[in-house]
Design a protein around this ligand. Structure first.
Ligand SMILES: O=C[C@H](O)[C@H](O)[C@H](O)COP(=O)(O)O
Length: 250
């Protein structure tokens, strides 16, 4: 058994590897959606490097303020949201993914903008370390973005669905509640096992004041994860293929 530090280092190396593979798939002229989190961040940095050093011509929109700031810092030209804007490719992380590429997202609180951009994308590519692949979704608490006024009733409704809800606190100041980029609250729902993600997604959507949930179903076209030390490409319901077999989007 390796130490927790060694495991964290290994996962950090995996994030770099999948981020670098995804950055190599971006082509001149693409409009790119930039995800959020510790796997999307190295992707943004490497993409910025390609813009600065190789003259890669792209435009992008980010799924969070943090990713927007990082992208501007590394020199990626940014687009504001506007009607008709579509993304050729969005690269984002995930908290859990299953073999159908159904996802839980929102561990970093960015699920709403992430779902908006994913839905406006022709190709959602997930980048994830090996800890994220699961046989069944639900061990990672499912994040919800909730309008503050509605919080008590959303908590009641989620508890009735069997997902013990915990209101997220600000990591830097646990006396405060965490806020999304939209100023909403975040609720983490402990389901442990989600037997039917589609049915749960429909039920959650009926709760007034529940702005968005972190189940991303039927959105991801492919994922790059690390298996056996090498980057592998997963597509919904298909066997993994070595990423080295592809030089562009599969
Ligand atoms: O809200 C955050 C996003 O959904 C992230 O993509 C997700 O939490 C995975 O983040 P990380 O790559 O840091 O594990």
């Amino acid at each position: 058994m390796s130490s927790p530090e060694t495991q964290q280092q290994q996962l950090a190396q995996e994030k770099q590897l999948v981020a670098a593979t995804a950055a190599g798939w971006v082509r001149d002229g693409m409009v790119v959606g930039l995800g959020t989190g510790s796997t999307a961040a190295p992707f943004i940095e490497l993409l910025g490097q390609r813009v600065r050093e190789d003259g890669l011509r792209i435009q992008a929109t980010a799924t969070s303020r943090a990713s927007d700031e990082l992208a501007r810092e590394v020199g990626i030209p940014m687009l504001e949201p506007r009607r008709g804007l579509r993304f050729d490719l969005t690269v984002d992380g995930a908290d859990e993914l299953d073999s159908q590429l159904r996802l839980i997202k929102g561990g970093g609180g960015a699920l709403l903008r992430e779902k908006v951009i994913a839905t406006a994308s022709d190709y959602l590519l997930i980048v994830a370390d090996s800890s994220k692949a699961v046989a069944q979704l639900g061990r990672f608490p499912l994040p919800l973005e909730v309008v503050p006024f509605a919080l008590p009733w959303v908590l009641d409704a989620v508890a009735a669905l069997g997902g013990a809800p915990v209101v997220r606190v600000n990591k830097l100041n646990p006396a405060e509640l965490a806020q999304s980029d939209q100023g909403n609250l975040l609720v983490d729902c402990h389901f442990e096992q989600i037997e039917d993600p589609s049915a749960l997604a429909l039920q959650l959507k009926t709760i007034p004041g529940m702005v968005e949930h972190g189940l991303f179903l039927g959105l991801a076209r492919a994922a790059i994860i690390v298996q056996g030390g090498a980057a592998q490409v997963l597509r919904p319901g298909q066997a993994a293929v070595a990423a080295a077999a592809f030089s562009a989007l599969p």
